[in-house]
Design a protein around this ligand. Structure first.
Ligand code: AMP
Ligand code: MG
Length: 426
């Protein structure tokens, strides 16, 4: 055991170039550099899928008064003892209350009041007999079944009590949660601000999506893929287009991204590999404090991470699938963290592989797969097509990313492995 020297090795490792970093360590390092963004108030519908930044306390009971759960008659439960179709109990009907009206009358023994669902239960009554269990006889009602005290009655505060924390801080606000805030009388809610994410593609070969290909030119698809993935993660994408592999252009573009757009995160793609023109890493180092890692994953091995003028920056590889998968492993969790989500990872299921998989090279392999419900009730995972780092179509077809661990060199068909879901399966 030598904790001091161990720590020294770990610390130094982050600055080393071309160092093989395990996926989990790279993720921990990225998450360590980001925090939930400051709170802002917004309207309830705008808060859908965001995370509450402060607890919402109920100022009154929900429901606010005791009311009927059925259309029927408000009665004293004791009056209905022994009632049956053969021996009905006859009660005098002394009034009627619709939903939205106050209960002004009180019932005495032997009396009933017609009551609609949601109407306040009148004083003196402690139960409601459903219409289906009664018959009307002139101004009286025959009850055919006994009711217990509180039967068909919704008590004030049975959902939420006044003073209680109804929506804790850190709640991912799904539709029922925003509905609950409305039930509490809130028209706005405090959430963590949405991160602004600047996206910069790099490469002399890139033309915009409406540009002309050929003569070595390809279209910049990463800007759009990454912007869409940022939006899916809950961030606000700011796609700044492509910049040439020129040191001055790259540095100027980075500075402009920070100064003009005040982003919370910068994503670049391309130029972090070992090619002659892969100078993003040099520009990044010149403009900020950036480490270049070789992450033990496939696809998406090269990754840059650090900060430019205090703004965290993730330098993704250029190959379209590698860029997307690296984003999903590191950018997506970072954005979720900034949004305040307690769980930042992609939703994960377990599936049974249908094909044999080879995984040489001690890297975590994120394999594009389609999922199917098997006859045994288990999910099965089948490769979605060619797995090359540039084959975007198989990522588009995939339901998820099968995670093959670093140390599994050979995965026989029929193995159970985790699958990160790329979208909800309809
Ligand atoms: P790089 O990491 O810069 O060496 O790029 C690796 C591969 O990804 C090359 O074939 C690039 O042409 C391609 N690539 C880089 N950036 C993009 C982009 N924004 N859109 C589509 N392909 C790209
Ligand atoms: Mg390049």
């Amino acid at each position: 055991m030598c904790p001091a020297s161990e720590r020294q090795t770990t610390d130094r490792s982050w600055d080393n170039l071309d160092l093989l970093v395990p996926v989990n360590e790279a993720l921990a390092r990225v998450l360590d550099a980001v925090r939930p963004l400051p709170p802002v108030d917004c309207e309830l519908l705008e808060a859908l899928d965001r995370v509450s930044a402060s607890p919402a306390r109920a100022t009154e009971d929900v429901p606010p008064f005791t009311n009927s759960a059925m259309d029927g008659f408000a009665v004293r439960a004791a009056d209905t003892t022994g009632a049956s179709p053969a021996a009905p109990v006859s009660l005098a009907v002394v009034g009627a209350i619709a939903a939205g009206e106050p209960a002004t009358e009180r019932i005495a023994p032997g009396e009933a009041i017609r009551i609609m669902t949601g109407a306040p239960v009148p004083a003196g009554a402690d139960a409601v007999v459903r219409f289906e269990d009664t018959a009307n006889v002139n101004s009286r009602v025959e009850v055919h079944r006994p009711v217990a005290a509180l039967e068909n009655v919704r008590l004030a505060g049975e959902d939420i009590r006044a003073g209680e924390v109804a929506v804790p801080a850190g709640t991912a606000l799904s539709a029922p949660w925003v509905g609950m805030l409305a039930a509490l009388g809130q028209v706005t809610v405090t959430i963590h601000r949405q991160p602004r994410v600047a996206i910069l593609s790099t490469g002399n070969e890139l033309v915009a999506a409406n540009g002309t290909t050929g003569s070595g030119r390809i279209r910049d698809s990463n800007s759009t893929t990454l912007a869409a993935l940022v939006a899916e993660a809950g961030g606000l994408p700011l796609a700044l287009g492509a910049v040439r592999d020129e040191m001055d252009d790259l540095r100027a573009a980075l500075r402009r991204a920070v100064d003009d757009f005040r982003p919370d995160l910068i994503l670049t793609s391309g130029g972090v590999s070992v090619g002659d023109y892969d100078m993003v890493k040099d520009a990044l180092r010149a403009e900020g404090k950036i480490a270049i890692w070789q992450v033990r994953m496939k696809p998406g091995k090269p990754l840059a991470f650090g900060a430019v003028n205090g703004v965290p920056l993730l330098g993704l590889p250029g190959n379209p699938v590698a860029a997307a998968i690296s984003f999903l492993q590191f950018g997506h969790p970072a954005i979720r963290r900034m949004l305040g989500h307690p769980d930042v990872s992609l939703p994960t299921v377990t599936a049974v592989t249908t094909a044999e998989i080879a995984n040489a090279g001690q890297r975590r392999h994120f394999m594009r797969v389609r999922l199917q419900d098997g006859p045994d009730g288990r999910l099965s995972a089948t490769p979605a097509g060619e797995q090359g780092a540039g084959i975007l179509s198989s990522l588009a077809l995939a339901d998820g990313l099968l995670v093959v661990p670093e140390d599994l060199t050979h995965v026989p068909a029929g193995s159970c492995l985790p699958v990160q879901l790329l979208r909800g399966r309809g």
